[in-house]
Write a protein that binds this ligand. Structure first.
Ligand SMILES: Nc1ncnc2c1ncn2[C@@H]1O[C@H](COP(=O)(O)OP(=O)(O)O)[C@@H](O)[C@H]1O
Ligand SMILES: [Mg+2]
Length: 211
């Protein structure tokens, strides 16, 4: 898991700084060219369209690289990354997120921060994809070397299969991450009743020489 996250981090930076930087340069040069010589109206419109497409490509690239590894997570830690992420989701307007973070004044060990972030990412993606909810509570409480994470939505809920056999890749991945944190996950849901997921587990301590 660790090597994979490092690789993601490197790829995200290469995409953002490398490809993103190149595209932004192209956009700048095209934009400045635009006013420099006479173009027939049709070509001017087409050039404007190309610049617009470049803009979209740059935005999409930022989104992808950010999903791979948010810069704020590495630089400023879980608290800031979760605040940014939920702001971003809320800015689309469809979902209200109530964010309650306790005990995150100090940074956790980096592996743990990344794992917890990935878990929240999947849980909120599920709410967006499946729940048709209007409100979500995202609560994270750190208490010494333990944490409790709750994601609760007011959406349509689902029929939970007792063995978890019908779980998709998302919930299975979460289970694997939770196991890594010596924790457990409790899913409380039923059709029409929203969905509340609580995960609790251990905060890994910084290991000497680890990052
Ligand atoms: N918050 C939620 N609200 C409603 N249904 C959900 C929610 N979270 C998960 N589900 C249901 O559980 C299934 C499994 O989720 P998951 O393992 O993440 O797989 P995927 O998202 O790829 O379908 C989803 O397909 C969906 O039917
Ligand atoms: Mg999913």
């Amino acid at each position: 898991m660790k090597g994979q996250e490092q690789e993601r981090s490197r790829l995200a930076r290469d995409l953002h700084d490398g490809v993103g930087g190149l595209l932004s340069g192209v956009k700048l040069r095209l934009s400045s060219m635009k006013g420099n010589f006479y173009l027939p109206e049709e070509s001017a419109i087409s050039l404007q369209g190309i610049i617009g497409q470049l803009d979209n490509s740059i935005q999409e690239l930022r989104r992808v690289s950010h999903n791979m590894m948010p810069e704020a997570l590495i630089k400023y830690g879980l608290k800031e990354a979760l605040e940014n992420y939920t702001d971003y989701i809320q800015s689309s307007g469809a979902l209200q997120i109530q964010l309650q973070l306790y005990g995150l004044e100090h940074r956790l060990n980096q592996d743990t921060e990344i794992i917890l972030y990935r878990i929240v990412q999947e849980l909120l993606t599920n709410v967006i994809k499946h729940a048709q909810a209007t409100n979500v509570l995202l609560q994270f409480i750190r208490n010494n070397d333990r944490f409790t994470l709750t994601v609760e939505d007011n959406g349509k809920g689902f029929d939970k299969d007792p063995e978890g056999a019908k779980n998709g890749a998302g919930l299975s991945n979460i289970n694997a991450r939770v196991a890594y944190l010596n924790g457990n996950m409790d899913i409380n849901t039923a059709p029409g009743k929203g969905c509340s997921i609580t995960i609790e587990g251990a905060i890994r301590q910084n290991t000497p020489g680890g990052s």
